[in-house]
Design a protein around this ligand. Structure first.
Ligand code: ADP
Ligand code: MG
Length: 375
């Protein structure tokens, strides 16, 4: 456990929970289609904490948000399907209605917090995926109640702060996906701790443009070219390598599948890294001792453009390095290739894992550190 982690109360710091009513903030924001849960991973991930509490005689009431109901009740985002699955897995556990049915949740309204903690004796945050938000259910209860991080949150903090503070070198970060400007902050923070950075996905085009290559009509963010240029210069000055694609796969101006070198002609779109790049990225991953991967290497949802992501995922499975994957779509890609059991840690939080890596802290952790029972 890291220094920051040590000051956060854990379940044992709640003392005797027998006969107590404990509010557990979980991340039950599960994927649903037509009212049916398509993956209950997030519900199962909360069971160790729930069982820890109930085995010691506590009664548990769980609370979560689901989707984006915009501060008012919306049957589409009802917790009923989640509650039905939860009672199958953990009989006797209560589940509140969707926290975001009340504007007080996202608004961090003290009156909403007061209603949440009525009849509650202790609070546990096990919602890593929501702990980067200063919402009522995350930062409110620890102001007044004995509080702790749950086992899932503790594992996430341990792994991700471990990457930040004491990674085995070489430490490589592999970044891709489509949320470019969202992720440039973490690129900057990672450059301080990694030995090299591997960039694919739509993220690569703003960097390639900054290097002067043609990117056709690929996804990019023109206003971030300056930032990418500066990051490329800084990495050179500090002796770190930023690996960019040397070949690309996508469609030509007529919309037909095509392979390209590093430069794309006008009208072409890059949707995946090419086979030469995928092999080069794999070599970097195989030679590393720590790898953090966030963001698919291409539009892997389309079988024509999944090869780069599949090759990188396979290298993550094969390398002897300690491997961590963050990001909803990256985790989905791993699961699609049935490699999710082959990496050391798949984070349950996308934005939260990046923010913890970037800043070394989260609003939810900060709140727990100031709880009445914190040492
Ligand atoms: P994560 O959820 O793992 O953090 P993001 O949400 O940032 O990842 O990005 C995932 C999305 O990026 C996927 O839907 C994928 O199709 C898309 N993507 C990856 N590469 C490209 C590309 N070259 N062009 C367009 N979209 C891409
Ligand atoms: Mg995503």
């Amino acid at each position: 456990m890291t220094n920051v982690g040590e000051r956060i109360p854990t379940l044992a710091d709640l003392g005797d929970v027998g006969g107590k009513r404990v509010l557990v903030r979980t991340d039950f924001n599960v994927p649903m289609e037509d009212g049916v849960i398509t993956d209950d991973f997030r519900i199962r991930a909360a069971l160790p904490t729930i069982n820890w509490l109930t085995e010691r005689g506590a009664s548990v009431v769980a609370a979560s948000h689901l989707g984006r109901p915009k501060g008012k009740p919306d049957a589409k985002y009802s917790m009923d399907p989640v509650r039905a699955r939860l009672v199958e897995l953990a009989p006797g556990v209560d589940l509140m209605e969707n926290l975001r049915f009340d504007p007080g949740e996202e608004g961090n309204d003290p009156a909403f917090v007061a209603r949440l903690v009525v009849g509650i004796d202790a609070y546990v945050d096990d919602a890593f995926g929501a702990s980067h938000r200063a919402h009522a259910s995350i930062v409110g209860p620890p102001r007044t109640l004995p509080s702790a991080m749950g086992l899932l949150l503790e594992k996430e903090v341990d792994v991700l702060l471990g990457l930040r503070d004491k990674p085995a070198h070489p430490f490589v970060a592999v970044l891709g996906g489509s949320k470019i400007s969202d992720k440039l902050g973490v690129v900057e923070a990672l450059l301080r701790v990694v030995d090299s950075l591997v960039i694919g996905g739509a993220m690569c085009f703003t960097f390639l443009a900054a290097e002067g290559y043609g990117i056709g009509d690929s996804l990019w963010e023109p206003d971030q070219v300056g930032t990418c240029r500066r990051l490329l210069d800084e990495s050179k000055a500090s002796g770190k390598t930023i690996h960019l694609p040397e070949d690309l796969v996508g469609v030509d101006a007529a919309g037909n599948y095509a392979t390209f070198g590093r430069s794309l002609p006008d009208g072409a779109k890059g949707f995946d890294i090419g086979p030469g790049t995928a092999a080069a990225f794999s070599d970097v991953i195989m030679d590393a001792r720590t790898v953090f991967w966030n963001g698919p290497m291409g539009m892997f949802e389309d079988p024509r453009f999944e090869a780069g992501t599949r090759t990188v995922a396979q290298a993550m499975a094969d390398t002897k390095a300690f491997t961590v994957v963050g990001g909803g779509d990256s985790a989905a890609a791993l699961a699609q290739f049935r490699l999710d059991d082959e990496v050391d840690h798949v984070s349950t939080g996308g934005g939260a894992s990046l923010e913890l890596l970037e800043l070394g802290d989260l609003p939810g952790l900060e709140a727990l550190r100031h709880a009445p029972n914190a040492k």
